[in-house]
Design a protein around this ligand. Structure first.
Ligand SMILES: C[S@@+](CC[C@H](N)C(=O)[O-])C[C@H]1O[C@@H](n2cnc3c(N)ncnc32)[C@H](O)[C@@H]1O
Length: 281
């Protein structure tokens, strides 16, 4: 017998409109994984480390025009703009996320140097060669046309500009049989995290090369991000009532369950986490 789940729209825009406020309680201000140096490190310092690794790979220079594709509520965008003296634009398909990001930038006094817009990373409609730095921080898994995403990022970069990406990834290509045998688990992950598709780091590197981006950095961060799930689970258990009020008790339960599913897929070598950075030729 198959389990029935209440219908929820898992398309990324609707999904992020629905979960963004709950995610603040579960994931924190950064809507991304943490990179842990030590087992007992708090989640916020580990998520900040991921942002800093992205920034180091991006090689920001003061005054750079920076595009953040899939910006969430703009936490890492704000940090990068302030820390590196950038002129930033964050884009997301979630109207709710963009509203939150604008309010937070205004409260931080960054409205002059940082704007947020509702745009799709696969068709961003910015002018050719209009940015010095582009990154996609854990948003690419939500964009089905991955080649389109990479092509668009390459198109809007100036020559010698840098593109950087990190995300949840397949450790190796998966067979149809494996996907079928894990259908319930992948279904749960889609309901919790939105309609996602994962690729290998090799595939991302191939797509980057096809988009005129020369990859010069690849990192497997799978082991270092693994403690993220226990922190998410602890946040879930600590904020059960508030999260249930925002997204419903069933979605709260599925979020907590998803932490175990992700740990299992990590430990079975199915899913992992990677980063790459590239320069436009
Ligand atoms: C996991 S969150 C990461 C947010 C942010 N980068 C961070 O690290 O805090 C994924 C983000 O990608 C956005 N997103 C999903 N699909 C998108 C698309 N096609 N174009 C632009 N943004 C998208 C979501 O709305 C969400 O803001």
């Amino acid at each position: 017998m198959t389990t029935q789940h209440p219908p929820v729209d898992i398309s990324p825009a609707a999904h992020y409109d629905r979960v963004t406020d709950a995610w603040a309680l579960l994931l924190g201000d950064d809507l991304h994984y943490g990179v842990f140096d030590e087992a007992h490190e708090p989640l916020p310092s580990a998520t900040q480390r991921l942002t800093m690794l992205m920034a180091a790979a991006a090689e920001f220079r003061s005054g750079d025009r920076f595009l953040d594709v899939g910006c969430g509520v703009g936490t890492s965008t704000r940090w990068a703009v302030r820390q590196h003296g950038l002129v930033g634009v964050g884009i997301s398909t979630s109207a709710h996320g963009v509203t939150r990001a604008r309010a937070k930038a205004a409260a931080a006094g960054l409205s002059e140097s940082l704007t947020f817009e509702i745009r799709d990373g696969m068709h961003n409609e910015f002018a050719d060669e209009s940015f010095d730095r582009v990154w996609a921080l854990e948003s690419s898994h939500l964009m089905r046309d991955r080649a389109g995403l990479l092509r668009e990022c390459g198109r809007v970069l100036r020559r010698a500009g840098r593109f950087t990406l990190c995300d949840i990834m397949l450790v190796q290509p998966v067979t149809f049989q494996l996907v079928r045998s894990l259908r319930a688990e992948f279904g749960l992950l889609s309901r919790v995290f939105g309609d996602a598709r994962m690729e290998t780091l090799d595939t991302y590197a191939e797509l980057a090369a096809a988009a005129g981006l020369e990859v010069d950095l690849r990192r497997d961060l799978s082991a270092q991000v693994r403690p993220t799930f226990s922190r998410w689970r602890a946040n879930g258990l600590a904020h059960r009532a508030e999260v249930s009020a925002l997204i419903g008790q069933g979605s709260w339960q599925e979020f907590v369950d998803s932490c175990g599913v992700l740990e299992q897929m990590w430990d079975q070598g199915i899913l992992g986490y990677g980063m790459l950075s590239a320069t436009k030729n």
